[in-house]
Design a protein around this ligand. Structure first.
Ligand code: DC
Length: 216
């Protein structure tokens, strides 16, 4: 059996950082599922910006996408798009298109194919609830909206000094609402998940807790 750890949680809860570091420690494969939805947002921006697409047209666009992950970078049709994917506009489009059931269905098997030995750690919104419901460990990682906005603000300031913390917080609140209220695969957890609020935990402490649960 292939060991699988899922880490779901809201935007900027630190899922990606934690999952990536645990993948390194355990030598596991890593799947950042949000990057898939972001890549779709970027692909639409590049190929059909300004068009209102039907769900069939969106699914058709997915067929044209050639998405791959190499050494921590994301490639879309052979082009390195790692940095472009972090853009807020791309994140908003990802949130919009990820609410469409046909889009999620289309991407399901693509995600499941990442489960390979020696193991997989993956992060997103529905990795434990829909994509890998039988994972060995399912974590719901969260932090207060203010803490998450502060972390995202510090990240963004690296590239854009004009960014305002108020705007970052509003974006986070909007995305929380969209991701948790949608009908298909909303951001949620149940008793089969371990809940971890890392508002007052360091990255190392958060990793330590996840590894403790995994080893038990
Ligand atoms: O984790 P992220 O911010 O990169 O995700 C971008 C968007 O993609 C997010 O608003 C919701 C969507 N998403 C999703 O619906 N399901 C996932 N498993 C991962 C992301």
């Amino acid at each position: 059996m292939i060991p699988i750890i899922t880490i779901d949680g809201p935007a900027s809860s630190g899922k990606g950082t934690i999952a990536r570091k645990i993948a390194e420690k355990l030598g596991f494969h890593y799947l950042e599922s949000g990057a898939i939805y972001r890549a779709l947002g970027l692909w639409v921006l590049k190929n059909a910006a300004g068009n209102e697409l039907s769900n069939d047209e969106l699914v058709g666009l997915i067929d044209e996408m050639n998405l791959s992950f190499k050494n921590g970078n994301v490639y879309l049709n052979e082009q390195d798009v790692t940095n472009e994917l972090r853009n807020e506009q791309v994140g908003m489009l990802a949130s919009k298109y990820s609410a469409i059931p046909e889009v999620r269905q289309k991407l399901l098997q693509f995600q499941r194919d990442f489960a390979k030995l020696p193991g997989l750690i993956t992060d997103g919104r529905d990795m434990g609830s829909v994509v890998f419901p039988n994972a060995n460990l399912k974590v719901f990682l969260t932090a207060s909206a203010e803490k998450r906005a502060q972390r995202r603000f510090e990240q963004l300031q690296g590239t854009d000094k004009s960014v305002k913390i108020y705007d970052v917080l509003q974006d986070i609140l909007k995305r929380d609402e969209a991701d948790s209220k949608r009908e298909t695969a909303p951001l949620t957890y149940d008793a089969s998940f371990k809940l971890l609020d890392n508002s007052n935990l360091s990255i190392e402490e958060t990793i330590g807790q996840v590894l403790d649960w995994f080893k038990k």
